[in-house]
Design a protein around this ligand. Sequence first.
Ligand SMILES: O=C[C@H](O)[C@H](O)[C@H](O)COP(=O)(O)O
Length: 363
Amino acid sequence: MSSRSIYESLQHSVRPARKSVRVAHISRRNFSSTEIASLPRKSTLGHSLRARLLPTKKVIPPRLPTPSVLYYSTTTSNMSSATIESAKRAAAQQAVAENFDPAASHVGIGSGTTIVYVVEAIKERSTNPLIRFVPTGYQSRKVIEQAGLTPISFDSLSEDVMLDIAFDGADEVDEELNCIKGGGACLFQEKLVAEKAKKFICVADYRKNQSRLLTNWPTIPIEVAPIAVPTVLRSLRELGSQNPKLRTTLLEKSGPLKTDQGFFIVDAPFTPLLTSSDVAAGKGKGDGSDGTWEVNRLSQAINQVTGVLEVGIFSGLDGVEAESVRKEGTLQEMGVITGGQKPVAVYFGMEDGSVLVRRAERK
Ligand SMILES: O=C[C@H](O)[C@H](O)[C@H](O)COP(=O)(O)O
């Protein structure tokens, strides 16, 4: 098993638990010493896993057979894990084939397990050594470097440079292409990169394709300043979240999971979110007053809470819409447009091996 696979195991196991998911035992018996040694020392995930897996004083040889799976679901067999991985790869291949231009100068690269397949597909097609890839965190940078591509830090880009394109995964996507992100604790840098891209292409497997957000994925990930956690939890409850929780690492004694910014993640459940069409159709006010939230309204409400760095809802405009508003509108009318957060297209790898492409509707 490679260090990426170990990372994936850990990443999955620290995500908010869905009803059917149980986290299985992770022990050093699951890994060879070379694999453990290859884990990154500086990332939170790598560090926690190394701390857990590296021998302390004395290593007692295992007497029992080693379990072959690290995490499992009561509904997800090994066969369907393989189906999910093939779905991710198929979606990534098609998304890159249809959208990656080898003549691009700057390309944003998201985080997570699906993006690995995107980078693999880009590597196969990338003939231009001058392309710079903008990572969205530690894991993203490592994936870029390991593919032999050249990363460039987000903060070294000049103000007026726009990325030609950004690719990223998602935890859930609704009918209007609003996304939940941050299941792997990356969302702030992903939002910066999505907003700086002319277009954001999302790549995901079939489980993420839902008509409304919070259908299958249980919570909204929110990046929070450590000192503000209690007050943010309280504000989230006031907004209607039943039981928002601070995300911890696998090792409870290691405390809360830290993001690339050294912040914490709070996972906040809400009832399934309305789309803007639902509100227009009178299915609820969507402002929280009647217990319903529309995606964009909830994102804004959470972002207004002091102590919140960013919320894992990607909503509002996409890159193409943001650009046209910027060109046509006046600043007074539109306020400040930082960029588009929503994808212009989402590539879902399906269970049957096909790829479903959902594109932003243009009026
Ligand atoms: O925090 C992680 C990012 O938002 C990921 O893009 C998202 O969680 C999807 O990850 P994966 O591709 O592993 O499902």
